[in-house]
Ligand binder design. Sequence first.
Ligand code: FRU
Length: 496
Amino acid sequence: MSKTNKEEGIMPSILLSRARAYEDERIPAVLPSHLPHFHVTGGIGWINDPNGFSLYKGEYHLFYQYNPYSTHWDTMHWGHVKTRDFIRWERLPCALAPDKSYDKDGCFSGSAVELRDGRHLLMYTGVGKTDDGHEFQTQCLAFGDGVNYEKFDGNPVITAELLPPGGSEVHFRDPKISMTEGGFRVVAGNLTSDGSGAVLMFESDDAIHWRFVSELAASGNRFGRMWECPDFFRLDEKDVLIVSPQEVHTRDPEFIDGNTTLCLIGSLGPDDRLIPDTEHTIDCGLDFYAPQTVLTADGRRVMIAWMQYWNSVEIRPREELPFYGQMTLPRELNVLNGRLIQNPVKELDSYRGALTSYSDVSVSERMQLDGVGGRCTDLTVKVRGERYRSFTVRAAEGGDHVTEIRYDPGTNIISVDRTHSGWPENVLNTREFAVRDRGGEIKLRFIIDRYSIELFVNDGEQAASFVIFSPDPADGISFEADGEAVIDIEHYTLDI
Ligand code: FRU
């Protein structure tokens, strides 16, 4: 339905025009007090996975799985925002609608790159159905200028024909495209004949004609079933694969059950298969899925993820909110000792306002500190001491609401409990994870926004993301130790 001509530019299809008109009507009416201060949402409607995270003409573009019309998942569009600093985002019109025969059941997840000729290339999964109702997923292209995108006439460009034997054409999705010296490389998720997931690699000279290269990595029924949303990149002299496995049931507390995330770090072998040295989860919280990365202009690898857990998506703790689903704060990545290190993007620092700091505060009974609190804050707590059995931070505290984060130096376990953070009791509200033993010392950095707490442990050795729905006035922060702990505090308000 879309066409290009020199005078008119790219004509949006009826479905895309409808989505954009709906946005124009609804988004201006959204109350800023209903939105997070600095985490991306759709503004209206439903979002899931980040898509097309890319640097285009000096700005970072982010698209996302999007249903503008309701706060529930339904036929996927691509929503669109852009930023210069990962903190302040500008909303752009809906970029893709499911308006072609090969994607009428959804424009599923994908990625983007800036082409050498200046066009922005989107690659996404089209979900279509044959006349007899048989679903299939293929990889498709759209070319654009940073606002308007035209689907490629020759779509789809990667179909089931390129799959290795036994690969599912129903579960073949989420292409992550990157530029190589000679052309392009794609990694995508696929369900294999053993009923579990794999990441497949393809290459192309022109992004249109593709060749199958290898099965980069596979679950072999160890990590769930279908593997979704892979991303593969080189970082700190290692090859890193991040992927989001479905239906994980493991007794290993490292991984959350259901839809989880996995990071494999190693090196690419001569047969283009990844030889992993280490494997671990990416985020130890309750709400984190489908992360995707971009390489910044100054060479940093920055990751963003959908801050939500598929198991709780049907619950609406705050019916009045016009949106459902948000992204994490973008995080800078490094590899150290076989682990993915994650820290908030450095751009956050320039939004730091008033500093309140304390040193050598002795904590035992529950206490608050003047100037420490809020729901748009950046708080670092360094804890030490030989005589404490546990140390607890309570955040978003007030009235009946509180979110508790406890560290136990004996077991080196952090436990988070958000039972009283506005969620009903029938969702998973607690999580525990192990941290490195540092002789009773721990450094906890909390990034708190209206609907989330993101915790970074020991300078990014671990990160844990939690969505909360406690009301704004629940903005207290307090500290307590069983025994006596000594803490240093750095607390900044964030002026965003
Ligand atoms: C992951 C996912 C992707 C798919 C998209 C559909 O959350 O299931 O595999 O492309 O969501 O919205």
